[in-house]
Design a protein around this ligand. Structure first.
Ligand code: F6P
Length: 370
């Protein structure tokens, strides 16, 4: 019987638990034993009770749960070969043939490295007497499949990462709440959203809420962003808008690479000197409410369909096939080469198509935007 393990790694995202449920049940349905590795790579390195066999009923009710019920961690030990050696030993001792990992690009890159090192790790375990030749014989190679769990929607090659639509929905809901009070007092709000390197959440929240101005990492603002923003906000106020909403991604920068902070933006909106906007302004940092909570229907569906596909992919993988991840392209669940997508994500800012950005900027200027 094949033994397949699933784990979640890196920052949690809504829909990860749907993935675990789908992998466990699909593996069982396909005649395999299903395992969960608790606490991400940390659990793989620790072994013991961190690696548990799961039954069909163990994941009952998990579809609607937020976060990840099998835990996640950022594991330093796995960055070292010694940690990966222990992880390999624990997998072999548990008889695990294949691993499905749901995490961000860092976690998936670690998985690819683990897979490529696997034969040498196994040799070393035999050479140093930790395992016998007979013990390692059925584990000559390791099959790994990735699923992208991230609220940032920051991996190239897939239309959506698991969790991004839940985070976006939560942001929009929060902006709606803020808008009510902003309008009441005719105030301005600077709303900081997550996205250290990727502005998809900020941009799409801007489109979806008709924000007055958006700052994202992929579109560094010109040096005169202060003048630009003031002009736009002044125009909107002249059009009769009683609220001003500026959405800023955590990683927003200017062309010199200097961080643009919510405080700087607030100071500008609140500037009472001559020619200043003099708006009563507040800052709201949405923080981890964006990441926690239950998954929207889209992420439950994505996690489930991709979890099913991941089990099929891991069972069909051979030593010759490249490590793949499960993507969604034009509403189809597909397998794609993992490392190509990781490299492309670093090279290009997938999130921000210039068209989208321009559209967002145009819509906010129309009278029906608010
Ligand atoms: O999950 C990705 C992300 O949400 C980033 O956008 C954010 O900067 C980061 O995680 C914060 O994560 P943590 O608080 O876990 O370090």
């Amino acid at each position: 019987k094949k033994k397949i393990a699933v784990m979640t790694s890196g920052g949690d995202s809504p829909g990860m638990t749907a993935v675990v449920r789908a992998v466990v049940r699909t593996a069982i349905h396909m005649g395999c034993d299903a395992y969960c590795v608790y606490e991400g790579y940390e659990g793989l390195v620790q072994g013991g009770d961190f690696i548990r066999q799961m039954e069909w009923h163990d994941v009952r009710g998990w579809l609607s749960e937020g976060g990840t019920l099998i835990g996640t961690a950022r594991c330093m030990a796995f960055f070292e070969r010694a940690g990966r050696l222990t992880a390999a030993k624990n997998m072999i001792l548990n008889g695990i043939h294949a691993l499905i990992i749901c995490g961000g690009d860092g976690s998936l890159t670690g998985a690819d490295k683990f897979r490529s090192e696997w034969p040498s790790l196994v040799d070393e375990l035999v050479a140093n007497g930790e395992l016998t030749k007979d013990q390692v014989a059925p584990f000559t190679h390791l099959n790994i499949v990735g699923l992208v769990g991230s609220i940032d929607n920051d991996l190239s090659g897939t239309d959506a990462t698991i969790g991004c639509y839940s985070a976006l929905a939560r942001i929009c809901e929060m902006v709606d709440y803020i808008e009510a009070t902003a309008s009441s007092h005719s105030r301005a709000f600077v709303i900081e959203v997550m996205g250290r390197h990727c502005g998809w959440l900020a941009l799409m929240a801007g489109v979806a809420t008709g924000a007055d101005f958006i700052f994202i990492p992929e579109r560094p603002q010109d040096q005169d962003w202060k003048a630009d923003m003031s002009t736009v906000v002044r125009r909107h106020r002249k059009m009769g808008k009683r609220k001003t909403i500026v959405i800023v991604a955590e990683g927003a920068r200017d062309r010199d690479g200097t961080k643009i902070t919510p405080t700087e933006i607030k100071d500008l909106l609140a500037d009472k000197s001559e020619g200043g906007l003099a708006l009563d302004t507040r800052i709201t940092t949405l923080g981890h409410v964006q990441r926690g909570g239950t998954a929207v229907a889209y992420d439950r569906m994505l996690g489930t369909l991709q979890g099913v596909e991941a089990v099929k992919a891991v069972l069909e993988a051979t030593p010759e096939t490249e490590t793949c991840f499960i993507a969604i392209n034009e509403n189809k669940i597909v397998r794609k080469p993992l490392m190509k997508a990781v490299q492309e994500s670093k090279a290009l800012a997938k999130a921000v198509d210039d068209k989208d950005f321009d559209m967002a900027m145009q819509l906010r200027d129309t009278e029906f935007a608010d």
